[in-house]
Design a protein. Structure first.
Length: 511
């Protein structure tokens, strides 16, 4: 009788209360996704746009739930024994990345409203919100199992979103390439995770870090292989060279708002995973992942910028291809502070997060203007932007500002200061050679960013009559698209007016 009572007491001690406030942002996004999918069954065809506004409201609600969490001191799903480790932690790092991914999903939703007429509305909004829920879960994950699940919840709906344009050969091809590359990445990463678990006997990141300090000699090779394979898997997700081959075709084939989503939210998810496993779980193997990430950073920024430089103004969808290759180059810059953290301290991670916030704002703005231009020029060539100022002056000014921010030139002061923080992190860590490579790549990028910016203000050239001729009537811009451009422009200008915020943020301790 006593034994039975003790057993019951022990079992009861394993039951925990869930901190629903801590997990509210991803839970709200997932719940609204299900509501939208069910509502699609009962909403008339002419009222389908209401589903989009419901999705926007859900993302706004998820963002609002970050405010009561701003202290960054909540955790849940924790171990009940002597070991203090949790599977979900709403610290400052998680909250900043959640704000980035949910904000990126919100702007994607604004760009998508009105563009889903030929798409299955219920499925589209369900997939977008589901992916956003996974993206919001990942930065708060503190064990490998939750990390992998969150990554796949963010990725699997994205495959369907890329190929959601039924009957479009280019969209189907893009989805297939994206799917195959991500499946390979996941398989490699799972193999690495299994090796790490075999060597340490735990899945929690903080416990892995403690046990990797004292791995038995016969398991050291297994642990090193696990670290490398896990990083390779995340390198696929972040489109780091040489694992970037899927990016240009995927961006071109996907609906333009989804390309914008992948360029910002997809990258934020991948880089969050890299930061968590390197800085929290694998600090003992900094001599392994530090040099590897430094080489990947140099290779990625060089490949991305050289490929962007080769884009022709007359090639169909060359504007989207240039933004795709530019995003690969920017991924190289984002890797620099993570590599520097291996040589100095975790404080360098703040530079990556600060740069990611700047990149998210201006890159989403550039895609928003591209979505606007695509309404009258479906080919979306770089040449289609020539003389944009003559027909849409505000859009041209916004696009010029976004491109100058990406280039790191005034008046885009936010871009300049973000690049300075990344450059400083490499110098402070003693990676002088990487700082030189970055400086050379910044100069290369200046050429194509400035060339595109100059084209916006040139005199339009008469084009031969075609279904994409610039002489086509200017269509009314949907209010959500205008709002997306305005929000990103205002955010970029505000941050450029207070660039010290970037420097201050880069020195914050996020963990």
């Amino acid at each position: 009788m006593t034994v039975a009572a003790d057993s019951a007491t022990g079992a009861a001690s394993l039951v925990q209360s869930v901190d629903w406030l801590a997990i509210a942002p991803p839970v709200i996004a997932a719940s609204v996704a299900l509501l939208v999918l069910v509502a699609d069954l009962f909403v008339e065809e002419r009222r389908k746009p209401l589903l989009g506004y419901g999705a926007v409201a859900g993302l706004v609600a998820a963002l609002a739930m970050l405010v009561p969490l701003r202290a960054g001191d909540r955790s849940t799903f924790c171990l009940t024994g002597a070991v203090q480790a949790c599977s979900y932690t709403a610290d400052h790092f998680a909250l900043v990345i959640q704000a980035l991914v949910l904000g990126g999903a919100l702007l994607t939703a604004l760009l998508s409203i009105g563009d889903t007429r030929k798409l299955p509305a219920g499925e589209f909004w369900f997939l977008l919100l589901s992916s956003a829920a996974g993206a919001a879960l990942l930065p708060a994950a503190r064990d490998l199992a939750t990390l992998v699940v969150a990554l796949e919840v963010a990725s699997l709906p994205a495959f369907a979103l890329v190929g959601i344009k039924r009957g479009d050969r280019r969209s189907s091809e893009a989805a297939l390439k994206f799917f195959l590359s991500s499946v390979v990445a996941t398989a490699v990463m799972l193999l690495g995770v299994s090796f790490v678990y075999a060597a340490t006997g735990t899945m929690h990141l903080t416990e892995i870090a403690a046990r990797l300090d004292d791995v038995p000699g016969q398991l050291s090779t297994l642990a090193e292989a696990g670290v490398v394979l896990t990083l390779v898997g995340f390198a696929f997700k972040t489109a780091a060279a040489p694992f970037h081959f899927w990016v240009p075709d995927t961006y071109v084939g996907a609906p333009l708002p989804i390309a914008a989503y992948l360029s910002v939210v997809g990258k934020a998810v991948g880089f969050s995973g890299i930061i968590l496993v390197t800085v929290i779980a694998f600090p003992s193997y900094a001599d392994v992942w530090g040099p590897a990430l430094a080489v990947l950073a140099a290779l990625t920024m060089t490949v991305g910028n050289l490929a962007a430089l080769r884009q022709s103004a007359t090639r169909a969808r060359s504007a989207v291809r240039l933004l795709a290759w530019s995003s690969v180059g920017q991924a190289g810059y984002l890797l620099v502070p993570i590599a520097a953290a291996a040589y100095s301290s975790d404080a360098q991670i703040g530079s990556t997060v600060a740069y990611a916030l700047m990149y998210a704002v201006v890159n989403l703005g550039a895609f928003a203007v591209a979505a606007l231009v695509a309404r009258t020029h479906p080919g979306n060539r770089l040449g289609d932007y020539r003389g944009l100022y003559a027909t849409r002056p505000l859009a041209a000014l916004a696009m010029g500002f976004f491109l100058l921010c990406l280039a790191g030139l005034p008046p885009g002061i936010i871009g300049l200061f973000a690049k300075v923080t990344v450059f400083s992190s490499a110098v402070d860590a003693g990676l002088g050679w990487l700082a030189v490579v970055m400086a050379v790549n910044v100069v290369i990028a200046l050429y194509y960013y400035l060339q595109w910016t100059a084209a916006l203000f040139r005199t339009p050239e008469p084009s031969p009559a075609s279904d994409e001729a610039p002489a086509a009537p200017v269509h009314r811009v949907p209010a959500p698209v205008t709002l997306a451009i305005a929000l990103t422009a205002v955010a970029g200008i505000t941050l450029s007016g207070a660039p010290q915020l970037i420097l201050r943020f880069a020195t914050l301790s996020l963990f």
